[in-house]
Design a protein around this ligand. Sequence first.
Ligand code: ADP
Length: 218
Amino acid sequence: MSASGTKKSSNVVWHQATVTRKRREDQNGHRSAILWFTGLSGAGKSTLAHAVEEQLHTSGVRTFVFDGDNVRHGLCSDLGFSDTDRVENIRRIGEMSKLIIETGVVAMTAFISPFRADRDKVRALVNEGDFIEVYCHASVDQCEERDVKGLYAKARAGEIKHFTGISSPYEAPEAPELIVETGSQPVEACVDQVLAYLEEHGVIVTAKQYALHAAKGR
Ligand code: ADP
């Protein structure tokens, strides 16, 4: 696919795998899904995604976190922060996440992903229930006070153009699966909220059930 979403190659046929997503999920003892963390820079997306991953990994759940900055070093290193590049950035991450859930892994993405339409496009790529939008809610003031990477100061000084929340818009989700108050709650409380959602919606099972599954597989 090109940036515009049109396929350039015509003689490409999708190869059907015999080892399906369902078989991988059964082997893992949990479902796969995309946990899409969205919010302002410094809201806590990366911190929360990695803290959730730590808990899941320790319980034997297969996971992977795609981090905004890391992806921009490789897969999306040709993209900047203009509106067009941001759209393409999210399209690529969305397609990548779609492939990852076929592997039976719980994929977590930590990107500002400021535009509602782009997040909704990713949602539309996968089945209902596969896309879990987690709105990391923190105000511009709270993020600016933290200014973990010193970016807000630079943006205020005009050294960074198109900075979300300052000189570029952030469109908050209208109906996210989860809203976590990363601006005011401790990390642990936010982690618990995410894990509870995953249990309630049958993505993961409880630790006790998981131990039973693992014992059966031995
Ligand atoms: P983002 O990935 O959204 O740009 P980061 O995770 O890099 O944000 O930074 C968020 C900062 O906020 C970190 O310094 C983190 O320790 C702090 N923080 C405080 N409370 C929370 C919370 N509940 N969830 C996540 N981060 C939090």
